[in-house]
Design a protein around this ligand. Structure first.
Ligand SMILES: Cc1ncc(COP(=O)(O)O)c(C=O)c1O
Length: 410
């Protein structure tokens, strides 16, 4: 028998775990499932900008060879120009392209973490980060995002969790799973902590242009004197997650970052280069990003309309209360205290088995209080309304007559 590596012990990524697997099985048995658990805008029919699709189509012929390990110069030039407009000075050599932020996060961590090093992560938070820290021998340590403050991170809670082993501080705005857009004052407070404790800042900004009546701040612009790695890509902001087109940019004093950048380049070389056709999508995508942002998330954009529809339908369920998201495309409601614990896992399990709706328990995002679920708001209005009707029905019927059941997810 081949035994899995010890590194995988306790590693969890519920978003692709037992519940979605059960959903697949139920569907194979002929039960249609409404899937509100993943953040995939393309799967829900949201359009990609035509210039992005055209760029990849036209690039195919010229994309057969490997590129430089860091990625195409034209794409890195476009990313440097984009950040220049946003107030961050970068050289193309500071930028590394990758097959999604999901590939770049483990790579960036591997390049500097030693066994036992601690990394501060938001809770709730996107599970890629904790899994990646753990896989490379580090220790995830969670700091609180405060629901009473619109899910803004709590700098005091974070400071209290710093030890002699803490080496990095991860931020994520707009935030998955809450949709919070972290305000500049709070980001400054986090940067001040990083400065005083010499922590590497790692900013996950994959939802950068998906905001509603709120402005996204590039963390690195608030701390040009600090080493910072900014992660972003086209998956969400151009609705092309299948393209696997992303980047990370290392900013800060070159004397402090040079060795780290070299280590990243060395690791990136091992995978030769990222998917080449998708790299060609980056220059046109960024050249027209404000138009795309308006088309998707502006007042008449489908992302905003779907989020509004989902929010309004959710607001009619008295057992769920939700901070209104100002970015991304998720709702992260609290389950009323009147229902019995463990509420999130039981609720997600029962909604799937008995009502054909797949949502993600808050537990999948390192929230152990058991009282939140995450729903993606990407489906069309009819689908969202149907899902919310089924969820309301669950509270009106099953909660009145609860049944015993073994949860399927951990
Ligand atoms: C916060 C966050 N970071 C990173 C990713 C991964 O993005 P990519 O498609 O670039 O791998 C996601 C995907 O949902 C995400 O929500």
């Amino acid at each position: 028998m081949i035994k899995p590596s010890d590194r995988l012990t306790g590693l969890s990524y519920g978003l692709r775990g037992p519940l979605p697997q059960l959903a697949d099985t139920l569907e194979q048995q002929g039960r249609p499932i409404i899937r509100l658990h993943l953040g995939d805008p393309a799967a829900h029919g949201l359009p990609a900008p035509p210039h992005v699709l055209d760029a990849v189509k036209h690039a195919l012929e010229h994309s057969r060879a490997y590129t430089d390990a860091q990625g195409l110069t034209a794409a890195r030039d476009a990313i440097a120009a984009y950040y220049h407009h946003r107030g961050l000075a970068l050289h193309p050599s500071d930028i590394h392209l990758g097959n999604g932020v999901s590939e770049l996060v483990p790579l960036a961590l591997q390049a500097f973490l030693n066994p036992g090093d601690e990394v501060l992560l938001p809770s709730p938070g996107y599970p890629l980060w904790a899994a990646s820290v753990q896989l490379v021998g580090g220790v995830p340590v969670y700091y609180r995002c405060d629901e009473r403050r619109g899910w803004q991170p709590d700098p005091d809670h974070l400071r209290a969790h710093i030890t002699a082993k803490t080496v990095a501080l991860v931020t994520n705005t707009p935030h998955n799973p809450t949709g919070a857009v972290w305000d500049p004052a709070t980001l400054r407070a986090l940067a001040d902590i990083a400065r005083s404790r010499e922590l590497l800042l790692m900013a996950d900004e994959i939802y950068a242009h998906l905001t509603y009546d709120a402005e996204h701040t590039v963390l690195a612009t608030l701390a040009p004197d600090l080493p910072c790695v900014t992660f972003s890509g086209l998956s969400k902001i151009c609705c092309v997650p299948g393209f696997r087109s992303a980047w990370m940019a290392v900013s800060g004093p070159r004397a402090a970052t040079r060795a780290y950048t070299e280590a990243i380049t060395q690791l990136a070389s091992l995978r030769l280069c990222p998917n080449v056709p998708a790299q060609h999508a980056i220059p046109p995508a960024l050249a027209h990003i404000h138009q795309t942002q308006n088309d998707l998330a502006g007042p008449a954009g489908p992302l905003r309309k779907r989020l509004d529809t989902a929010w309004e339908a959710l607001s009619r369920i008295p057992q769920l209360t939700c901070v209104r998201p100002r970015g991304a495309f998720y709702l992260f409601p609290r389950i009323s205290a009147a229902t019995a614990p463990p509420r999130d896992i039981t609720l997600a399990d029962t909604l799937l088995r008995d009502h054909g709706v797949l949502v993600a328990p808050g537990n999948d995002f390192h929230l152990t209080s058991g009282d939140h679920i995450r729903l993606s708001a990407l489906a069309d209005a009819a689908t969202i309304n149907e899902a919310m009707t089924r969820i309301a029905h669950y509270f009106d019927t099953d909660i009145a007559t609860p049944r015993t059941q073994t949860p399927t997810t951990a």
